[in-house]
Write a protein that binds this ligand. Structure first.
Ligand code: NAD
Length: 510
């Protein structure tokens, strides 16, 4: 893919780079509009910084309003062709996308690690999920259908499911490639075209993905358009009357702006996958060794930069002291460092802003609770932070209520299931929850009453494309993944024909 530039390609839109693990490849840096890499109309570029070294990797073009206009024109042309293909043809094309991702998985994982800071092993897992997501939605292409509705013997009635048209996606920097797949795969399965804006901190793998599409000519040019840029470009997508739907993942503050922007423009449909402050509950009867691993993975996976991270740990009083001892021992064994080092568990925070924000929260936590582990940055170069656990935290403390989006856990004691539920549900957020117990009835009781879009029992972060994902309360609107997300990308049309029957009653035959 990226290494095989065909004759006549616009070479100035690629930069030859060598990654820290010595993979040399050609990184696209242009905006991907109408099947080509192009410069931004303003000519503006911005720096892409490696969070593990704080050095510049490259520069990429920055989209502005005029580029969004061009992308909409291209996406309308793409939509006209893609939506006319048969569902079977669309499914085959999406399977090919999955195959190409798998063929290039090591390059994708490498660039994701370089750009985002996550451990290479984790980036490899992300890439597997990306291919799986495209395969899953490829399977949906020819299973989306309407139905016939029997009403009376004078009319024939049916319901059609139709693609919406040009859709927009605005994604964050914590799972750049995975978020791309969660948006593009279902949008295309439903027959739409897409304009995706990557996050300003992590534009590289989305551009590699765009480059890979050259090897999938079955997807017409303009069906997928990728823009690198800041919030202003996101705002232009939200305001554009040619875009009929927006899927957003990111902060609750930006989610609010997007809802307002949609209301002020063409009332485009909006789905929001926002922040969280998810509870993780450990009962006295849990398998403690397994629960410790699950709790640590729940909070420190991806350096804590996960919207559904289990950031509030509720431990039942009977095991509180024992569990904290166990947690501390294992947390101190976690290795944070160079994400390309195969022995590290976790890498660097993704950007300076986030790094500083997490360190501020840690300073606040030191005033609000006791430090069980961590509490400092690691080294002087790179955005590394120790896995940090605070105990004796008040439920209303800042660190126990606000989304930190970093490797910071607050531990709180509880008496019984109802108290755990009360504490869990106090949050303004409601994205996910974890429950650890050997009593299935207790687990199901909590699962039924906890206000969150996902509940993991004796596990955590167990995502799967077949299961819908999204939040209650300030964690968002609508769901991603599963069959459910397809509704966000489809219009429903009722058709009623007078004078013919679906077969109800006596036939009107001569
Ligand atoms: P953000 O919400 O500002 O950015 C997410 C995406 O939205 C980016 O692509 C950004 O360019 C775009 N954007 C920003 N302002 C916009 C606007 N006005 N209109 C349209 N698009 C806009 O998130 P951030 O600043 O990168 O991170 C801030 C906080 O958000 C984090 O500390 C964390 O708490 C939270 N966050 C949540 C998630 C998640 O998965 N839910 C992901 C990233 C960040």
């Amino acid at each position: 893919m990226a290494t095989a530039i065909k004759k006549g390609s616009a070479l100035q839109f690629y930069k030859e780079l060598t990654s820290p693990n010595n993979i040399t490849y050609k990184q696209p840096i242009g905006l991907y509009i109408g099947g080509e890499f192009v410069a931004s109309k303003s000519g503006k570029v911005f720096d892409v910084i490696s969070p593990s070294t704080e050095e510049r990797i490259t520069q990429v073009y920055e989209a502005g309003d005029a580029d969004v206009d061009s992308a909409v024109i291209a996406a309308e042309k793409g939509f006209a062709k893609w939506s006319e293909m048969t569902p079977y043809e669309r499914g085959c094309a999406l399977i090919k996308v999955a195959e190409k991702i798998e063929e290039n998985s090591e390059l994708f994982a490498t660039v994701e690690t370089w750009d985002n800071g996550k451990a290479l092993s984790m980036a490899r897992d992300d890439v597997k999920l990306v291919a799986q997501t495209f395969r899953y939605y490829a399977g949906w292409c020819d299973k989306i259908s309407g139905k016939v509705v029997e009403i009376d013997n004078d009319t024939f009635n049916y319901i059609r499911r139709e693609p919406i048209g040009v859709c927009g996606a605005i994604i964050p920097w914590n799972f750049p490639l995975a978020m791309l797949s969660w948006k593009i795969a279902p949008a295309l399965a439903a027959g739409n075209s897409m304009i995706l804006k990557s996050a300003e901190s992590t534009p590289l793998t989305a551009l590699l993905f765009a480059d890979m599409l050259r090897e999938v000519p079955e997807i017409p040019k303009g069906t997928i358009n990728i823009l690198s840029g800041y919030g202003a470009a996101g705002g232009a997508i939200v305001a554009h009357p040619g875009i009929k739907k927006i899927a957003f993942t990111g902060s609750t503050a930006t989610g609010r702006k997007i809802l307002k922007g949609a209301a002020d423009s063409n009332l485009k449909k909006v789905t929001l996958e926002l922040g969280g402050k998810s509870p993780n509950i450990v009962f006295n009867d849990a398998k403690l060794d397994e629960a410790v691993e699950s709790v640590l993975f729940g909070i420190f996976y991806n350096q804590g930069e996960v919207c559904c991270a289990g950031t509030r740990l509720f431990v039942q009083e009977g095991i509180y002291d024992t569990f904290l001892e166990m947690l501390k021992k294992r947390a101190l064994e976690l290795k944070v460092g160079d994400p390309f080092d195969p022995t590290v568990s976790y890498g660097a925070q993704t950007n300076k802003l986030q790094f500083d924000k997490v360190l501020e929260y840690i300073a606040q936590g030191k005033k609000e609770g006791k430090v069980l582990t961590g509490g400092s940055r690691i080294g002087e170069k790179g955005f590394y932070i120790e896995p940090t656990i605070f105990t004796d935290v008040d439920r209303n403390a800042v660190v126990a209520t606000e989304e930190i989006f970093g490797p910071v856990l607050s531990v709180i004691k509880f008496k019984d299931a109802d108290e755990a539920l009360k504490f869990a549900n106090e949050s303004d957020y409601g994205l996910a929850a974890g429950v650890h117990t050997t009593n299935i009835e207790k687990a199901l009781y909590v699962a039924q009453h906890v206000k969150s879009g996902t509940v993991w029992i004796n596990t955590y972060h167990a995502m799967h494309p077949q299961l819908p994902f999204g939040g209650y309360k300030l964690s968002g609107n609508g769901r991603e993944l599963g069959e459910e997300v397809l509704n966000n990308y489809l219009e429903t049309k009722a058709v009623r024909i007078a004078g013919i029957s679906t077969g109800l009653g006596a036939p009107k035959l001569n």
